[in-house]
Design a protein around this ligand. Sequence first.
Ligand SMILES: [Fe+2]
Length: 220
Amino acid sequence: MPNCRPTLCSSVPPVFKVSCIILFLEHSMSTAVKQIPIQDFVTQLRKFPEAAFDQTEEIRRYLQETPVSSDSLAPYLTWDRQHYTRNLIDKTPLYELLAICWEIGQASSVHNHRDQNCWMAVPIGRLQVENFRVVRQDITAGSCKLEHADVVEMNISQPCAVDPQEPVHRVLNPREFNQRAVSLHVYSRPFDTCVVYSAEQGTCGEIQLHYHTTYGQPCK
Ligand SMILES: [Fe+2]
């Protein structure tokens, strides 16, 4: 979006002045979304009815319109050079909310979400989501065939919802992004296992998920 200020439009025809003002207003609106502390984000998230978690658009729009301030996340951020960390912020029967901390170059396995919905926002840094199509899978036999679908970027103004029809993906913080990143994940309902895939080897299997911290405290 051009950074077009009305004051720069004094020597152009009126129709372009109007266009410039509209662009300026749109640009101002898109960059001036108020960030809120994570505590306020949780308070509002808890008010959503059960039906909001059964489809993806309402919560996705909430994440889009309600970016979380990075400094309020400090109690939930832990870093490990060997592996991204999973930090529980809030959990109800309807959802769990995690902050996941990604060092430069770290990536998740390719995985699904056990048929649960998932939304992701990125209040710090940038991340990529790489989506896959499942051509076939036999979890009992541990075999699968995946195809690459697409890659999308997430950042503070661009959250995303996992597509329930094609939920297999991985998240990565590419080296070329050259900065740490933090993502917020809303999972509904909460789940503690998932299926991980190796697209290259054509294998898959169930794993147990763990937290590194819960409510700001290290897990024993
Ligand atoms: Fe995921």
